[in-house]
Design a binder for this molecule. Structure first.
Ligand SMILES: Nc1ncnc2c1ncn2[C@@H]1O[C@H](COP(=O)(O)OP(=O)(O)OP(=O)(O)O)[C@@H](O)[C@H]1O
Length: 522
C-alpha cells in the first residue's frame, strides 16, 4: 500500500531533474524531508532514510520548445526522433494521436506526434529512457498563439552518463542523418552569373544504374570513404574534396551516374555551363557561392573548354592578347580556382568532369593526381543488360538471354538504347524481343527504325558549343594546327562519333556497330 511518505517521495522524485544544480538538489531534499518527517527529526537522518536506493532514482532532462526567442533545436530533434519511435512502436503501445503531413513540396512522409501528457519509452544500450510530452506553460508562444510544449526525458540515475553522454548525441546525429536522407538534392545551373536552383528529378540510383557490379561497389566505397574521412582531411591539412572524371560513349550512363552519386550522398549538383561564364571573375563568384556538401559538374568538358581558347584567359602568353578579367575562362583558370579558393572556402565537395572523348582532353586534366578517379562507362555487357531487364521488368532469366548475351559480345549497344527498347512496353517478352532485334539488326548492319538514343544524340548532341569554321592552314604551323584540329573534331561530332565507335560513317551501312576487336564493355 502506498504510504503518505511514499506518495510524497514519488512526487519529489519526479521533480528532480538532471539539470538541477547542487544547490537546487539540496533545497529539494530539505523540502522533501520537511514534508514527510515529523517536525524536529534530525534532517540528515531523514534524508538518509528517505533517499531511495540509487537504482530507483530517476533523473530527467527538460527540453522546452523555445530557447528564449528562438526554437530550441534539441526540441525539434527530439520531436522528429520521437516520431520514429512512435512509428516503430508495437500496436497498442503508446496511443498515437496526431499524424500530419508536413507542408512543403516533396514532403512525402507522414509525421507521427505525441499528445501532451503521453509517454513513449526507448531502450538504448540497456538503459530505459522515457519521453513525456507536456503542454506548454508560459514563455514564448507559437505564431498561432498556442503555448509551446516541452519534452521531459527521464531515466534511471545509474544511466545518467549514457543518457547525457551518448543517447542525446545519438538522437541529434540520427535526426541529422534522417534530414539528410529525406532531403531532395537540388540541381543548380548558372545563368547570368548566378546559380538558379531546380529540383533534381533524376531518380537514378546505384540500384537502378546498370553497371559492372565490382565497379559500382568500388565507386560507392570510394564515396563512403570520402564522406567518413573528415578527421583524415583535417589532420593532413588537405582540402576535403574529391575529383572524378567519368568518360564513355553517349548513352552509357555518365549523367545517370552523377545523379546516382548525388542521390547517394544527398549532395546538391552545381551544373556549370562554362560557355555561359563570361569571365574569370564571374567563375570565381560562382565557385564561392557554392554550398558545402555539393558536386561541381562540368559535362562534356572537352567541348566546354574548346569554346574558351586557352591563350586568352591565360593572359596571352604570346603577348598578343593582354590579360583581362573579361576574358573567357579556360581549363587552367578553372583548375587553379578549384585548387585554390574553391578548396579552401568549403568542404565536402566533389568535382566531376564528364566526356565522351578522353582523347580530346587537355593533358593537364589527365596528369596523375589531377582527378582522383577515372570512371569508364562502357557499352552494355550482359551483366548490365540483366540488371536493366530486372529493374524494368523484374525478369531474372529468359529464353532470349543466351542469344542476347552472344550478341552483346559482338556488337556495341549503349545501355540507353537498350533501356529505350525495354521501356517501350510493359510486356517483358515483347520488350526483350525488341532489344534482341536491335542487336540482331546492328550485327547485320541493317539501319535501325525510329530514332534511337545514340542516334538522336549524334544529331542533336549534348550542349555542344558550335565552333566557328577556322581556315585550315598547312599542317604543323603553330597555333593554326590546333584550330584546324578543333574543326575536324567538330566534324567528328556530327558525323564521326560512330566512326570512333566502329560503326562506319553517319549513315549506317553494313557492319555498323559490330564490335572492333578488344573494345571494353560492362
Ligand atoms: N548504365 C545505365 N543504366 C541504366 N540506365 C541507363 C544507363 N545508361 C543510360 N541509361 C538510360 O539512358 C538515359 C540516358 O543516359 P545518360 O544521360 O546517363 O547517358 P550519358 O552517358 O550521360 O549520355 P551523353 O554522353 O549522351 O550525355 C538515362 O536516362 C537512362 O534512363
Amino acid at each position: 500500500m502506498a504510504s503518505p511518505a511514499n506518495g510524497a517521495l514519488e512526487r519529489y522524485k519526479s521533480a528532480i531533474t538532471a539539470a538541477t544544480s547542487v544547490v537546487g538538489a539540496a533545497m529539494l531534499l530539505r523540502r522533501l524531508v520537511a514534508d514527510v518527517l515529523p517536525a524536529g527529526a534530525p534532517p540528515l537522518v531523514g534524508a538518509l532514510l528517505l533517499l531511495p536506493p540509487p537504482s530507483a532514482r530517476r533523473h530527467a532532462v527538460v527540453i522546452e520548445e523555445f530557447d528564449g526567442a528562438f526554437y530550441n533545436r534539441v526540441f525539434l530533434a527530439a520531436r522528429a526522433y520521437v516520431s520514429t519511435l512512435l512509428a516503430a512502436a508495437p500496436t497498442g503501445a503508446p496511443p498515437v494521436v496526431k499524424a500530419s503531413l508536413p507542408r512543403g513540396a516533396g514532403a512525402e512522409q507522414i509525421t507521427l506526434a505525441m499528445r501532451p501528457g503521453t509517454t513513449v519509452v526507448d531502450v538504448f544500450r540497456g538503459a530505459e529512457l522515457t519521453w513525456r510530452l507536456s503542454g506548454g506553460g508560459g514563455g514564448r508562444r507559437r505564431a498561432d498563439g498556442s503555448a509551446g510544449e516541452a519534452f521531459r526525458l527521464s531515466f534511471d540515475a545509474r544511466h545518467k552518463d549514457v543518457a547525457l553522454g551518448a543517447y542525446l548525441p545519438f538522437v541529434m546525429a540520427r535526426v541529422e542523418a534522417m534530414a539528410r536522407e529525406q532531403r531532395q538534392a537540388k540541381l543548380y545551373s548558372n545563368e547570368w552569373g548566378k546559380w538558379r536552383p531546380v529540383r533534381l528529378r533524376n531518380a537514378s540510383t546505384f540500384a537502378t544504374l546498370a553497371m559492372d557490379a565490382e565497379m559500382r561497389q568500388d565507386v560507392v566505397d570510394d564515396l563512403d570513404m570520402f564522406l567518413g574521412r573528415k578527421e583524415y582531411y583535417e589532420r593532413t591539412g588537405r582540402a576535403w574534396k574529391r575529383g572524378y572524371l567519368i568518360h564513355g560513349p553517349p548513352g552509357t550512363g555518365k549523367s545517370s551516374l552523377v545523379a546516382a552519386i548525388s542521390n547517394h550522398l544527398h549532395f546538391d549538383v552545381y551544373d556549370l555551363d562554362l560557355g555561359a561564364v563570361r569571365s574569370n571573375t564571374e567563375l570565381r563568384k560562382l565557385l564561392i557561392r557554392m554550398k558545402n556538401r555539393s558536386i561541381l559538374l562540368v559535362e562534356d568538358v572537352d567541348c566546354a573548354l574548346a569554346a574558351a581558347p586557352r591563350r586568352e584567359a591565360d593572359g596571352g602568353s604570346d603577348g598578343s592578347i593582354p590579360a583581362s578579367k573579361h576574358h573567357k575562362v579556360t581549363l587552367s583558370g578553372l583548375l587553379n580556382m578549384v585548387d585554390g579558393l574553391w578548396s579552401s572556402s568549403g568542404h565536402e565537395r566533389i568535382l566531376i568532369f564528364t566526356t565522351n572523348h578522353m582523347d580530346r582532353l587537355d593533358p593537364a586534366l589527365l596528369r596523375p593526381g589531377r582527378m582522383d578517379r577515372h570512371i569508364h562507362m562502357g557499352y552494355c555487357g550482359f551483366g548490365a543488360f540483366r540488371e536493366l531487364a530486372a529493374t524494368y521488368h523484374g525478369v531474372g532469366d529468359h529464353p532470349l538471354f543466351p542469344e542476347i548475351e552472344a550478341l552483346l559480345r559482338e556488337v556495341d549497344a549503349a545501355p540507353a538504347e537498350l533501356a529505350e527498347r525495354l521501356l517501350a512496353t510493359d510486356d517483358a517478352g515483347a520488350a526483350l524481343e525488341s532489344a534482341a532485334r536491335l542487336l540482331r539488326d546492328r550485327k547485320a548492319g541493317v539501319e535501325e527504325d525510329g530514332g534511337g538514343y545514340v542516334k538522336q544524340k549524334l544529331h542533336a548532341g549534348p550542349r555542344r558549343p558550335r565552333l566557328r569554321p577556322v581556315p585550315v592552314p598547312a599542317p604543323g604551323r603553330g597555333r593554326g594546327a590546333s584550330a584546324a584540329r578543333r574543326v575536324v573534331f567538330d566534324e567528328e561530332i556530327l558525323l564521326g562519333v560512330s566512326r570512333r565507335q566502329g560503326r562506319g560513317s553517319g549513315r549506317r551501312g553494313r557492319g555498323a556497330g559490330v564490335r572492333a576487336p578488344g573494345r571494353g564493355r560492362r
